[in-house]
Design a protein around this ligand. Structure first.
Ligand SMILES: NC(=O)c1ccc[n+]([C@@H]2O[C@H](COP(=O)([O-])OP(=O)(O)OC[C@H]3O[C@@H](n4cnc5c(N)ncnc54)[C@H](OP(=O)(O)O)[C@@H]3O)[C@@H](O)[C@H]2O)c1
Length: 252
């Protein structure tokens, strides 16, 4: 497969920003001219995958008043989730959700991402933002896909190949769903969410949405840095924004 120019993203540029104690909100500032999509009105948000992580994240967005469509292979099983997420939530097929969303979150076992790319890649590429929450996990997805992802340079670059042209931001990959609701809007210092992407508009929009649900996004770099946004790396789990910036400075 051809190498996309964005894969050559300059990580040092981002580390320079990080070293200057710049969280994503501020890191997005140079992109302000592109940030017209990051206003403050409701956005239609779709989740592909509505399990533990997708159900919880979608609910947080619904509680902020965004229209949310949860989707899965079995949308008829999502009635309880929809009821608990509130009046702005609904469920649909994946096709309906892709059609519905201004923003789409892909929150599925990693083995499903390729199929989603084949079936809906073109439609996803037309969205302002696709948030990539999915992780390749050997015990669930198998060793072969984990090896393939590593060969691509990690999950950020791998997802970009599977969803070509999508305006991707990787986020929320290693905050356990059981912690999300309590972490959101926690008193005191917010929980930082490391994010990786290279599309200024998408980063600005992701920044806005992540802040709205009570976290502080921290831009750690382009898609190549997505390899650190998986469970089991120093960035995994819950950290303050300052801790995330310190960890990023140590990553090779
Ligand atoms: N659990 C966490 O704490 C956590 C944290 C961060 C990131 N993640 C990542 O988020 C992803 C989902 O994890 P999870 O724990 O939420 O899994 P989960 O509870 O098993 O939910 C998976 C969801 O994906 C749907 N799905 C599976 N294949 C699909 C396909 N081909 N098309 C559309 N939907 C499909 C499932 O639908 P059906 O139920 O209808 O089959 C289900 O709604 C994983 O990549 C995981 O590594 C999880």
């Amino acid at each position: 497969m051809m190498k996309h120019p964005s894969f050559e993203f300059d990580r040092r540029r981002f580390l320079g920003l990080a070293a200057g104690s710049v969280a994503a909100s501020a890191a997005a500032a140079p992109f302000a001219a592109f940030a017209q999509t990051a206003g403050d009105g409701p956005l239609k948000i779709a989740t592909i995958g509505a399990g533990r992580e997708g159900g919880t994240l979608g609910t947080l967005f619904a509680k902020q008043g965004h229209p949310v469509m949860f989707s899965s292979l079995h949308p008829e099983q999502l009635k309880e989730l929809v009821a608990s997420a509130g009046p702005t939530a609904q469920a649909g097929t994946v096709e309906q959700a892709v059609q519905f969303g201004d923003v789409v979150l892909v929150i599925v076992p990693y083995t499903a991402v390729e199929e989603i790319g084949k079936d809906y890649g073109r439609a996803l590429a037309a969205k302002q933002l696709v948030i990539d929450v999915s992780n390749p996990i050997a015990r669930r997805d198998g060793d072969a896909i984990v090896s393939w992802v590593a060969e691509q340079g990690g999950a950020g670059l791998a997802t970009a190949k599977l969803l070509p042209g999508a305006h991707l931001v990787r986020a929320f990959n290693a905050i356990n769903y059981l912690r999300l609701t309590a972490d959101a809007h926690r008193p005191g210092e917010p929980v930082g969410v490391p994010i990786a992407g290279d599309d200024p508009n998408a980063i600005a929009l992701a920044t806005r949405l992540i802040k709205e649900i009570g976290f502080e996004p921290v831009l750690v770099g382009g898609p190549a840095m997505g390899k650190y946004l998986v469970p089991g790396t120093p960035l995994a789990g819950e950290h303050t924004p300052a801790e995330i910036r310190q960890i990023v400075a140590t990553l090779k």
